[in-house]
Design a protein around this ligand. Sequence first.
Ligand SMILES: *Cc1c(COP(=O)(O)O)cnc(C)c1O
Length: 362
Amino acid sequence: MSETIQPQPGIMDIELYQGGASKIAGATDVVKLSSNENPHGASDAAKDALTRAVHDIHRYPNTDHTSLRTAIAEVHDLDADRIIMGVGSDEVITLLCQAYAGPGDEVIYTEHGFLMYPISTKAVGATPVKVAERERVTDVDAILAACNDKTKLVFVANPNNPTGTMIGGNDLARLADGLPEQAMLVIDGAYAEYVDGYDGCARLVDQRDNVVMTRTFSKIYGLGGMRVGWGYGPQHVIDVLNRIRGPFNLSTPAMAAAEAAVRDQDFVTRCREDNTAQRAWLAEALAEIGVPSDTSTANFILARFASAEEAVACDKYLKEQGIIVRLVTSYGLPNCLRITVGDRASCRRVAHAVNGFKSGAA
Ligand SMILES: *Cc1c(COP(=O)(O)O)cnc(C)c1O
């Protein structure tokens, strides 16, 4: 470590983000239920578009993402000029922090909120402020009470990861309306497509000057490896973010795959319906074994165990059975395991294994 060459304040406070594991040493037939990926992969239309895009990879990509933004706007009935594309929604979160927060500023996130919020906050030297939830649900009053004249951004994932719970649009509108005037509400809709009839608060964005929505192609669209996400906000915010965004942030193949994916809403509907059915089955199967969970609105279940020791032991047992789930100690939930809702066979396999653990441990 150099004494004289030092990074900006805040950066050395960042703990490295841990992705969901994908391998178990020595095991074959591993099922990965640790990163909330779509068990059905991406739509065939997206894969075909990706294959065709290979012919153009010697060209620099388009810098304004017009074709992709137009497709998103048509499908979701949005204003294409107020969409910004990012390398995953992670990049949109990063850009928001870079543009609106710095040393001396505060950025609010919820008790069991996504760890990219404090990471991106510290990266710009601002101070993350963690606000308590009420029984693993976002607490609007607690957030409003935590606001002050230093608050610049408030991040709420709805549905939230890793709790799987969500709050209503009225509550989010009340939050937006109660914020101090220099603060902005960011509603992270990474799992919005899993909630039938939910627009991710797009209409709230249209009606307010201080609300931004982020969305991703990494979850229901099954394109996590392509790194495509987007934000929708007031024109003044989008204009600011575009000034600091890298002009060539999205690759041509990634844009082509995402555009085909968003136009294939039949695939999205099938995935949502299958997720809803498998999620209900898995939650009930686990409850019968004595492992409760909150009603999930996303593509994972937060399984609660009696203690942190039991959660760790179950995680170890599942790994021995070739099943990878997610310990969420770093999210303040040491007695829980987050289990992605896989396909029918994976759900049966994980429920069977948890049952084996519970009966062996009893
Ligand atoms: C998975 C996830 C994202 C998506 O991140 P990408 O960078 O778009 O892959 C965003 N927010 C939350 C809460 C998530 O769980």
